[in-house]
Design a protein around this ligand. Structure first.
Ligand code: SME
Length: 164
């Protein structure tokens, strides 16, 4: 049972979900809320998977969407690179307690110590992901995983209403 700050953040998420003007507005609000209220979440951002286009030769990439925190050099990430690529290509949440020990890691800030990436699904297919970085090692426990997965699921449900 979440308590204190976490419960407040969950309540605020539900309020923002009901009040959202557009999915993009909601995504900006989610990353701002997580970045501002969760003290160890030092960077929070969405990457969205490029849409499939018939006849396109290049593989689809993850493209930086709404985010809070310092600008990252990684604005486009191939599905076979980074923790981000791993989460999107497998459709599974990836938690890395020490990014320096993970050869997949693409550095966004030298201060980052741990990271969680959670896929966003629409009708069972990955359409993007929510990425959180922390300056603290092993910052993401089970409650954090539940929270970030809940955020990703709210965005997925909103996208489901507008995507074909
Ligand atoms: N660290 C990510 C890249 C994105 S930045 O953290 C914002 C990765 O390894 O895929």
């Amino acid at each position: 049972m979440p308590t204190g700050r976490l419960q407040e953040v969950l309540n605020e998420l539900d309020r923002l979900d009901r009040a959202a003007g557009s999915v993009e507005d909601f995504m900006w609000e989610v990353v701002k809320l997580l970045h501002d209220r969760m003290l160890k979440y030092n960077w929070a951002g969405f990457y969205m998977l490029e849409k499939e286009k018939p006849g396109r030769a290049q593989p689809r990439m993850l493209v930086l969407g709404p985010f809070q925190g310092a600008m990252t050099p990684h604005t486009r990430i191939p599905l076979n690179q980074g923790i981000c690529g791993a989460a999107a290509s497998t459709g599974k949440t990836v938690v890395v307690d020490d990014v320096s020990l993970d050869s997949r890691y693409l550095a966004c800030s030298t201060e980052t110590k741990s990271e969680i990436v959670v896929p966003v699904f629409v009708r069972g297919k990955v359409v993007g992901e929510l990425d959180i970085d922390s300056h603290f090692p092993a910052a993401f426990g089970n409650q954090d995983r539940d929270l970030v997965e809940y955020c990703a699921s709210l965005v997925g449900k909103q996208l489901e209403k507008i995507l074909p």
